[in-house]
Write a protein that binds this ligand. Structure first.
Ligand code: GAL
Length: 873
């Protein structure tokens, strides 16, 4: 109706001048648009989420809004959409929204409404996991630390003060979404909501009170009347008013508790998280695709990649302890927002194949077909015209051939073939045809410059280009207080800082033997974590840190003491608060003792219960040195004597934006441990001296067989993370300020900016490869005529505005090697380069049929492959 009115209106007013007419038409369209926002009805049955009366097969992907910037959101969501994702899943992170009690923050990266509206604008659905416990490798699992100080509170159990706060925050988020009409029945994108998170994994020690809590949480959520279903993940005893869902690397064996619930996988871990001190995890695309295909094969209709884009733990948001600043997760979109190939492309193909089966999946139940001891098929059929099949080979070693409907099908080990018409295989999870990209971190052509010497390249930076400021050792200001005995850190600091100073005085008699002979007394310190540094009389003596699996520290540090008064100054540092486990909130941190001195004439001295002076946080935090301003409290020094390799120094410099639009990272390899700020925004904790162990990485990564976080590890013996993402939107063209607080000692002169650049694309497709899934769309319908598409090699430049500028290598025949080092084999045509050149150069994407008709036949009877390496610019 509205559309007609607009048309009529424009016809009748032809004579009205252009601008006015256009303005009116737009206004009318605007009104119509609002009126057109249709209410979406969301329910579910035992097979699927039902949207407007129609069962849906949905692919979902997690993108956590505070782990990227609002500038990045539209592109990330668009890339998810292009990759075949229908739903974006995010947690809501309580502690960023209410950092202090009775204070709210929904601005910038924390603008949840804007994020959900960005999803809506892209035409996707949203799954809002309110929690409000999130886990997510996020500081304190998402809980604000002030919650811990509410008298009588006990987290995640039948406890009135906790339930009151949990309900208040959940209601606040629901109301906020309702006010903006963001739930599906209001015309918004939110089709599902989650309450709690994986409580079933850790509920045992909470006993009966835990059981009561879960029932309460479900009823509380449902009472908020969002109009969309609520889920609880990993909660086998969830009450029937919510859907219990699955999280894990594989989910095909899962069946929901109630026969009336659909099979929903809220977290399919697309890789794994990185912790400082650990190698870098990766999960092969073939295995991830296998897990997904098995899910839909065995009755699943909703699956979510945790993560689809992992992003970055900016500021102090990472949990753990020891979760790294990068939360890349080996997700289909990398930390910087670029497609992680071939994973992104391979999954896109998989999603297209699954969507070709949607009609069969929603109209029927899976019928099991035995294909062998480690092989199984499932058929979805509703009458003669609708039939889809999945054929799986779960054997992790051997390829095999199975018979299905009288036809032989070759099934590689650990793979699933998808047949949307029960005849033609359009996709096999182990066959990757998607392009790969060689991603380089290139030295940026920008300058880290002091404002007075713009000409100098950052490579030849001289000392005067940095300013510095020492952070005081031990007690530095008014807030210091003294107490008998040692204190627990989280209770003392309330997470207002990573840092807590413990200082005590020890008097040494003149006749102590260690003052004369060459022995040294030993300081013994026991800490609950996470990182510990020892200073004696203001001098750094050493330190030790725990790790993600064992944060506790026992340190025996030889020290030098003088006769008379000595100050023992211990800096205890947290590296993200615990986010998982029963009673995780009570784990605690810091030096809880004992602290002893050994090697004295009377044996050991226990310092644990003597008087200690405490100072919370750094002076530079209190007086905001990270803004880089010169104030009465922050007198930055410059000149030739910049301290290097010394602990507890603030550094600052200025820089111009790296040229181009590629994503930017700081290479911090020359530094120790600390925090970096760009224009006052914390890019997170850096820690390149925390190395992964030497062993545990696989030279080759075999996708076959069960994946776990210990498989396919990379980077053994190297720093867990050296590159730190600096979002483009935080950088101005000129005059940016970089500030570092270095805890351990480093050389800022070696810091550089890098840009993440994808120049080379490679693809390798053989004549026996399957054609692209989309090319089947028409031929499946006309299959009676027996038209079969041919395999194609497809290339697409990753960034918008890029085109293929040249072809570095192309060969049709028996090419050898891999991307970056392809060589011609014994069999090759001369036509490959000109054909590929013509098809691709000057274009953002291209596709070329891999056939003898196209390239000629250089070696009859041999299966030929087309390998191409192209450059985008
Ligand atoms: C799950 C949890 C997620 C995340 C994931 C590991 O147990 O629900 O929030 O922590 O593990 O990345």
């Amino acid at each position: 109706m509205c559309r007609e009115t607009v048309r009529e209106f424009s016809n009748r007013n032809m004579e009205v001048t252009g601008k006015i007419l256009l303005a009116l038409i737009f206004a009318l369209y605007g009104i119509c648009q609002v009126q057109y926002v249709s209410s979406t009805n969301v329910t579910y049955d035992h097979r699927a989420v039902v949207i407007n009366g129609q069962r849906r097969v949905l692919v979902s992907g997690s993108i956590h809004y505070p782990r990227s910037t609002p500038d990045m959101w539209p592109d990330l969501i668009q890339k998810a959409k292009e990759g075949g994702v229908d739903v974006i899943e995010t947690y809501v992170f309580w502690n960023i929204h209410e950092p202090q009690q009775n204070k709210s923050n929904f601005k910038g990266r924390f603008d949840l409404v804007k994020f959900i509206k960005t999803i809506q604008r892209a035409g996707l659905y949203a799954h809002l996991r309110i929690g409000p416990y999130a886990c997510a490798e996020w500081n304190y699992g998402g809980f604000p630390v002030w919650l811990h100080f509410i008298p009588g509170i006990k987290f995640r159990t039948d406890n009135e003060p906790f339930k009151m706060e949990m309900e208040r925050f959940t209601r606040k988020i629901v109301e906020m979404m309702k006010q903006e009409n963001l739930f599906a029945p209001q015309g918004g994108p939110i089709i599902l909501a989650q309450i709690e998170n994986e409580y079933g994994n850790i509920d045992e020690p909470y006993g009966e009170a835990g059981k009561r809590y879960i029932k309460w949480a479900a009823s509380m959520a449902v009472s908020l009347k969002t109009g969309v279903p609520w889920v609880m993940c990993k909660q086998a005893d969830a009450p029937p008013i919510v859907i219990d869902t699955w999280n894990g690397f594989y989910g095909d064996q899962f069946t929901p508790e109630f026969p009336t619930s659909p099979k929903i996988w809220t977290e399919n871990w697309s890789g794994w998280f990185l912790a400082y001190g650990d190698p870098v995890p990766s999960r092969p695309a073939e295995d991830l695709a296998f897990a997904v295909a098995r899910w839909y094969q065995r009755g699943g209709t909703f699956q979510n990649y945790y993560m689809y884009h992992g992003g970055t733990n900016f500021g102090r948001t990472s949990g753990g302890p020891f979760i790294a600043t990068s939360y890349d997760y080996d997700a289909p979109i990398d930390e910087y927002g670029l497609p992680n190939q071939p994973k992104w492309g391979h999954l896109k193909e998989l999603h297209s194949a699954i969507k070709l089966c949607e009609g069969a999946l929603i109209n029927s139940e899976p019928q099991f077909v035995s294909l062998g001891p480690k092989q199984e098929g499932h058929v979805y059929s509703d009458g003669p015209n609708i039939c889809a099949a999945f054929l799986a080979n779960m054997d992790s070693q051997n390829d095999t051939t199975v018979k299905f409907n009288g036809v032989s099908y070759h099934l590689p080990a650990w793979s699933v073939s998808i047949l949307p018409d029960c005849k033609n295989v359009v996709f096999n999870t182990a066959q990757v045809s998607s392009q790969t990209t060689s991603v380089q971190m290139q030295l940026a052509s920008s300058k880290l410059v002091h404002s007075s010497s713009k000409e100098r390249s950052y490579l030849e930076m001289e000392e005067k280009e940095w300013s510095w400021l020492p952070e005081p050792i031990g007690v530095w200001g008014k807030g210091a207080f003294s107490k008998h005995g040692l204190v627990e850190q989280i209770n003392t600091v309330g997470d207002s800082s990573d840092y807590l100073w413990y200082t005590t005085i020890i008097d040494v008699d003149d006749d102590e033997a260690f003052l004369k002979d060459r022995t040294q007394p030993v300081l013994h310190v026991e800490s609950r974590g996470d990182d510990l540094r020892v200073f004696i009389n203001g001098k750094y003596k050493g330190g030790k840190s725990g790790n993600n699996s064992l944060p506790n520290i026992t340190l025996d540090q030889p020290i030098s003491l003088k006769s008379g008064r000595n100050r023992i100054q211990l800096l205890s540092v947290t590296v993200g608060l615990q986010n998982y486990g029963s009673f995780f909130d009570l784990r605690g941190a810091g030096i809880t003792g004992p602290v002893k001195l050994m090697g004295f004439k009377h044996g050991e001295k226990d310092l644990s219960s003597q008087t200690w002076i405490y100072q919370i946080g750094l002076k530079g935090e209190k007086y905001r040195f990270y803004n880089g301003k010169t104030t009465a409290k922050a007198r930055w020094a410059t000149g030739a004597h910049m301290p290097k390799k010394q602990p507890m120094i603030w550094y600052k410099t200025s820089f111009d934006a790296p040229e181009g639009n590629d994503p930017v990272a700081l290479d911090m390899s020359s530094m120790g441990k600390g925090v970096a700020w760009v224009n006052g925004q914390s890019i997170g904790r850096y820690w390149p001296t925390k190395l992964a162990p030497n062993t545990g990485c696989d030279e080759t990564c075999d996708y076959r067989g069960n994946y776990g976080p210990d498989k396919c590890l990379r980077n053994c013996g190297k720093p867990s993370q050296t590159l730190y993402h600096v979002p483009r939107s935080w950088i101005r063209p000129t005059g940016n300020i970089l500030v570092l607080f270095e805890e351990e000692g480093g050389d800022p002169h070696q810091i550089s900016f890098k840009t993440r650049t994808v120049k080379n694309l490679c693809a390798q497709v053989s004549q026996t490869h399957l054609p692209p899934v989309d090319s089947w769309k028409s031929s499946l319908k006309t299959r009676a005529e027996g038209i079969k598409p041919k395999p194609e090699l497809q290339l697409k430049c990753p960034s918008s505005g890029q085109v293929v500028s040249s072809i570095k290598f192309a060969s049709f025949g028996t090419p050898e090697g891999k991307c970056g080092s392809f060589t011609h084999g014994a069999c090759k045509t001369n036509s490959a380069i000109p054909i590929i050149h013509q098809a691709c150069v000057g274009r953002a994407s291209c596709s070329v049929e891999v056939s003898e008709e196209k390239f000629g036949d250089p070696c009859m009877g041999i299966t030929k492959t087309l390998a191409v390496e192209a450059i985008c610019s």
